[in-house]
Ligand binder design. Structure first.
Ligand code: 5GP
Ligand code: MN
Length: 335
C-alpha cells in the first residue's frame, strides 16, 4: 500500500505540466474526486488543469471549487501534457477528447475502483474493493499529510455518498461509512450535501421523470423494466432516472435508454439479482460494475431495445432467474 502511495507522491512531486481528468457523463465521484485531487496538487505546489469532456451536472455546483472544472466540449484543449492524471475511468475512451492531451512521452497516473481490462497508466492504483475513487483518495490524503480543507472533505464525501447510492448499494462497507464519519467530524454538513444532491431538482427534471415513468414497460413476467427518454430540450441531467425502473417490486434487471443526440443513446443498466450487468454492457462495447453498468449506442431505438431484450432474456435464462425469488437472494458478491 505505502509503496504505491510513494510512487504517487513521487509522481506528484516530479516536473512536467499536468492535467487531471475524469470520465464523461460525470457522476458525483468523478467530480468530487477531481476537486479533491486538484486540492492535493495545490497543497503540493503544482499548477494543473481540471477537465471533463462533458456538460457538468449543475446539482454539484455547491461543491467548493466546482467552477474550476473545464468542460472540454465547450473549450477544447489542443495540446499534449507531460503528466495526465485519470480518475475513476476504467478505460481511456471514457475520457473523451482529453485523450488528445496524451502522447508517447506523457506519463499517466490512473486511480480507479472499476474492474476492467489491462491497466493503461504508467502508475496504476486500482482498488476494486473501494466503494469510490474518493475512498482511495482519502487514504492518499492521509499518507501525504494533506490538510482536510472544504474542497477535500466535500469532494470526498460526495464521491462516496453518490457511488454507494446514499449507502444503499452492496459496495457500502464499514470503511466507506467510517471515512464519511471522519469527513463529517472534519466539517462536512451531511444534511446540506444530501439536500443539494438529491432533493433540489429543477421543476423540469421531475416533470420529465413523470412522463418517462408513465411509459415504463415490464418484460419477462416483470423481471425486466425499461424506461426511455427521447432527445429533448428540457433537461440534460437524467441522473437517477434508472433507479426508479430498478426499484419496481420484482424487477431483476432495469435499463434507462436516453437519446443524447439524434440516434445516439446512453444506456444505464442496473441489476438486482445474480445477473452481472457489466457483462451485458461489455457486449455493447461498454462496461461498469456487476450491479450498475452502461454503454453508448449509435443507431435506431427499436433495434437497440430488441438487442437489449435478447441479451436480457439470455441472462435471465443462463442465471435461471425466476419471477418470485430473484430479489430475495442474498447478493453473492459485491458490485
Ligand atoms: P450510470 O448508468 O450511472 O451512468 O453508470 C453506471 C456505471 O456504469 C458507471 O459507474 C460506470 O462504471 C459504468 N458506465 C456507464 N456508462 C458507461 C460507458 O459508456 N462505458 C463504460 N465502460 N462504462 C460505463
Ligand atoms: Mn466511481
Amino acid at each position: 500500500m505505502n509503496n504505491i502511495f510513494e510512487q504517487i507522491r513521487d509522481y506528484i512531486l516530479s516536473d512536467g505540466d499536468l492535467i487531471v481528468v475524469s470520465h464523461f457523463s460525470p457522476d458525483g465521484d468523478a467530480i468530487g474526486s477531481l476537486l479533491a485531487f486538484g486540492e492535493i496538487l495545490k497543497q503540493l505546489n503544482n499548477d494543473y488543469i481540471l477537465a471533463i469532456d462533458d456538460t457538468l451536472p449543475q446539482k454539484y455546483n455547491f461543491l467548493p471549487g466546482f467552477n474550476q472544472i473545464r468542460n472540454t466540449q465547450e473549450s477544447p484543449i489542443n495540446r499534449v501534457f507531460e503528466r495526465v492524471v485519470i480518475l475513476d475511468a476504467g478505460s481511456l475512451p471514457r475520457i473523451g477528447s482529453v485523450k488528445s492531451c496524451i502522447n508517447k512521452q506523457t506519463r499517466i497516473l490512473n486511480i480507479d475502483h472499476h474492474f476492467t481490462g489491462p491497466s493503461y497508466g504508467d502508475i496504476n492504483y486500482i482498488d476494486v474493493d473501494a466503494s469510490a475513487t474518493a475512498e482511495i483518495l482519502y487514504g492518499l490524503c492521509n499518507f501525504l499529510d494533506i490538510e482536510f480543507t472544504p474542497r477535500i472533505i466535500y469532494g470526498l464525501y460526495v464521491g462516496i455518498l453518490t457511488d454507494t447510492g446514499r449507502f444503499r448499494f452492496s459496495n457500502t462497507s464499514a470503511r466507506s461509512m467510517e471515512i464519511c464519519g471522519d469527513l463529517i467530524s472534519k466539517g462536512v454538513d451531511p444534511s446540506w450535501v444530501t439536500e443539494n444532491v438529491y432533493y433540489n431538482h429543477p421543476f423540469e427534471y421531475l416533470q420529465t421523470l413523470a412522463e418517462v415513468l408513465l411509459n415504463m414497460k415490464l418484460y419477462f413476467n416483470g423481471l425486466a423494466c425499461i424506461i426511455s427518454l427521447d432527445q429533448n430540450e428540457k433537461i440534460k441531467d437524467t441522473d437517477g432516472f434508472v433507479e426508479y425502473a430498478s426499484s419496481v417490486k420484482g424487477v431483476a434487471l432495469a435499463a434507462f435508454i436516453y437519446e443524447r443526440e439524434a440516434r445516439y443513446y446512453k444506456i444505464s443498466l442496473r441489476s438486482r439479482s445474480r445477473i452481472d450487468v457489466s457483462e451485458v454492457a461489455k457486449k455493447f462495447g461498454g462496461g461498469g460494475h456487476k450491479k450498475a453498468a452502461g454503454f453508448l449506442y449509435r443507431g435506431g431505438k427499436d433495434d437497440l431495445i430488441q438487442n437489449l431484450l435478447d441479451e436480457f432474456e439470455w441472462q435471465i435464462k443462463i442465471r435461471n432467474i425466476q419471477p418470485d425469488n430473484s430479489l430475495f437472494e442474498q447478493p453473492q458478491e459485491d458490485i
